[in-house]
Design a protein around this ligand. Structure first.
Ligand code: ZN
Length: 318
């Protein structure tokens, strides 16, 4: 009787620990609620809120056993902030990228890196990139891009729990100052923490929280690596998603900085909406179960590229 009880307790502990490392709707929601909170006021570069978000990301990476690429998880840089035409320039804002990694286990392939990235900054109280005409209103950026960071953290946690399976190494990057002109990713490729030639693919997530009823997931750049278009299409179909896959059309977010350095990229999003760059981009409009589905899709793709010998090579695109 006692033995049975011990056995049942062990099973329970095993299952509890397993479900925790999985991507869950609750965790996705909790991350977005924090990132897109009143307190974090739109995550504008150089503000305390921006630093609080950085600390939140670092803490999460640490808890799940991801290592910094150098001494520190932060790659600091100074951002020139956008101002409206005719307005005086602002002083440079101190901000950073947050980068962490998991080492692969294959003696040769571990020197190759796959990057999963998302930007964590947003528009703060508005500014020249806002589509809203009243000044000084919090732009929460729940979809843009609290959604991407939530999935970045959830996938990092799950990959860490499966790190024994990795052949290639994986780098997770939360980019700063994307909304100011892809500044964080530009700084990273100009000051790379690993040789650029060893980065075999950069997957970027920007606005992945608004999966529509037709389950459309949009991708660009899938033709920049061998078999990318077919692979992303078939994997999506098998997960009851409807991928809209473009071989080229690389644009819109941080993966562009990598593509310009002849690195294979994949930019993923769930589509534009009327709340884009407006204060109404809030948590209540996020399709949490849809985002979980998209996260599982990206996780499976990432594991195929890192835990197998999937052939990687840069293929130029228009
Ligand atoms: Zn964005």
């Amino acid at each position: 009787m006692k033995k049975t009880l011990v056995f049942l307790v062990l099973i329970f502990i095993y299952q509890a620990s397993f479900s925790q490392t999985d991507v869950t709707e609750n965790e996705i929601k909790a991350h977005i609620l924090f990132l897109a909170s009143e307190q974090n006021a739109g995550r504008y570069p150089g503000t305390k809120a921006n630093r609080d978000v950085v600390n939140y990301i670092i803490k999460d990476f640490k808890v799940h056993g991801l290592l910094p690429l150098e001494k520190n998880y932060q790659q600091k840089f100074k951002a020139r902030l956008r101002v409206a035409q005719g307005e005086p320039e602002k002083s440079l804002a101190k901000t950073c990228n947050v980068a962490a990694f998991l080492e692969g286990n294959d003696p040769i392939l571990k020197h190759e890196y796959i990057i999963l990235g998302a930007h964590y900054d947003h528009l703060g109280m508005g500014g020249p990139s806002s589509k809203f005409d009243k000044k000084n209103t919090i732009h929460y950026g729940a979809d843009d891009n609290a959604s991407g960071i939530a999935t970045l953290l959830e996938i990092a946690e799950k990959v860490a729990a499966n790190k024994k399976r990795l052949k290639r190494s994986v780098i997770f990057i939360a980019f700063g100052a994307e909304e100011q002109g892809l500044l964080g990713s530009q700084y990273f490729v100009d000051n790379p923490l690993v040789p650029l030639s060893q980065i075999k693919l950069m997957i970027n997530m920007d606005m992945i929280g608004r999966l529509n009823e037709a389950n459309h997931v949009y991708m660009n750049g899938a033709g920049t690596f061998p078999g990318g278009v077919e692979f992303m299409q078939q994997l999506g179909d098998s997960l009851r998603l409807t991928p809209i896959v473009h071989a080229g059309s690389v644009g819109g977010s941080d993966h562009v900085s990598f593509f310009k350095k002849d690195i294979s990229v994949l930019g993923i999003h769930t589509g534009a909406h009327p709340q884009y760059h407006r204060p109404e981009d809030t948590v209540d409009l996020i399709n949490i179960s849809g985002q979980k589905q998209v996260s599982d899709y990206i996780y499976k793709a990432l594991m195929t590229f890192t835990a197998t010998e999937y052939k990687m090579a840069f293929i130029p695109q228009e």
